[in-house]
Write a protein of this length. Structure first.
Length: 398
């Protein structure tokens, strides 16, 4: 089998990859919704993979993997990798998980970090009311992640005197600094209020940064130990920080029983190596659509498991194609698997154009792993055409 074309269309906000072959089998991949600008970067790899056999996934990846980098640049490589697995699975007539060694679980646990509600304020009662809405969702999530402190910066932005820095009113986490005692105490009280809503049957995870100092991170992790959190994520580095220094985390992780988490930004197993081998964190959260793909995430999970580190894949903006990739790989991960972050279709018409997902998708915080070949999903081409941009009108041809 040979690759005949690599196409990319931006559907809604998700760049979608389609690889075609000389045997009429095609494969799908995608990147996160905020990366709607990614199309030229995907097509950059086109000449490097044309004529290759897509079912030799690793051989194709060796041609392009070295040309990626930390988020967002690794996303194009990752989307292509997912499409190659889709083809390989379809060609063999098996779901992707079979090609990764088979599934370990028949259903995969998911957590909610995606379906969030606007805040009315940033006091403990507001965090409690907001958490109640997340708890009441029909998916019955058993783990819920909420942004706090520097994450998304609403506390930094909306609370005078929250920290000592000067607020930078820009997206993508430019703010860093030392919390005031007032800001610190308020953060603790907001977490306690959320935990009271959830009780001891639903786990609470916190997305905390990036932007917190090492000492504030340690102090917060220690203060929250009685809350038995699932994890504290990306407090020091993380979103839009293209470096992860294990030494930062090694000043926190060994000194608290609150699990410390990072990894959504990281591209390739190589960039997890030191973090994992030095036990700098307790939980890693690579995203299959940024880390280099499905098999890359599986490698990292196995290495993490060797070192007693847990795995909670990131996925909030991965869309429904990313959801299928997450289900396939999560079915194969070792016992260090906790749950992946459920992506949703955004806009909601994505649910009308993708065929093959269970309905409802999530029951009791789990997704049943489906057995259809490849990713096991496809486009309803006729229903999708209305959403194709003019320049992408030939996306489904060939
Ligand atoms: Mg995060």
């Amino acid at each position: 089998m040979k690759i005949t074309d690599l196409k990319c269309a931006v559907i809604g906000q998700n760049p979608v990859v389609r690889i075609t072959t000389d045997e009429g089998i095609d494969g799908l991949g995608a990147a996160e919704t905020p990366k709607h600008y990614l199309k030229p970067m995907v097509l950059f790899y086109r000449d490097m993979i044309l004529g290759e056999d897509p079912t030799d996934v690793e051989r194709v990846m060796l041609r392009i993997r070295r040309m990626g980098s930390f988020k967002p640049w690794g996303a194009a490589v990752s989307a292509i990798e997912v499409a190659l697995w889709d083809i390989a699975g379809k060609a063999a007539g098996v779901p992707i998980y079979k090609l990764l060694g088979g599934k370990i679980r028949d259903k995969v646990r998911v957590y909610n970090g995606n379906i969030r509600f606007p805040f009315d304020g940033y006091q403990p009662e507001d965090f409690a009311a907001n958490m109640q809405k997340m708890k009441d969702l029909p998916e019955s999530f058993s783990i819920i992640k909420q942004g706090i402190a520097f994450h998304g910066s609403p506390m930094v932005k909306n609370m005078p005197g929250y920290y000592y820095g000067e607020y930078v009113p820009k997206d993508r986490y430019p703010n860093r600094g030392v919390m005031t005692e007032k800001g610190f105490k308020l953060t603790v009280d907001c977490v306690i209020a959320m935990k009271e809503v959830l009780g001891d049957e639903i786990g609470l995870a916190l997305d905390c940064g990036p932007g917190m100092t090492i000492t504030d991170t340690l102090r917060l992790a220690q203060a929250l130990e009685p809350m038995n959190l699932m994890w504290m994520e990306d407090a020091i580095t993380g979103d839009y920080t293209p470096y992860v220094h294990p030494d930062y985390f090694l000043q926190v992780t060994p000194y608290t029983s609150t699990p410390i988490h990072t990894g959504e930004q990281i591209y390739l197993r190589h960039n997890f190596k030191e973090l994992i081998e030095r036990n700098a964190v307790n939980v890693v959260g690579p995203d299959p659509l940024d880390v280099g793909g499905i098999a890359e995430l599986k490698w990292i999970a196995e290495l993490a498991d060797l070192h007693g580190i847990q795995m909670a894949p990131h996925g909030t903006a991965d869309g429904l194609i990313g959801l299928a990739a997450l289900v396939q790989v999560s079915a194969t991960l070792p016992d260090n698997y906790i749950a992946f972050e459920l992506p949703t279709g955004n806009p909601a018409w994505w649910y009308d154009i993708i065929v093959g997902l269970p309905d409802p998708i999530v029951k009791d915080s789990h997704i049943q792993v489906w057995d259809t070949p490849g990713l096991g999903i496809s486009f309803d081409v006729e229903a999708t055409k209305q959403y194709l941009r003019e320049e992408d009108a030939d996306f489904f041809e060939g």
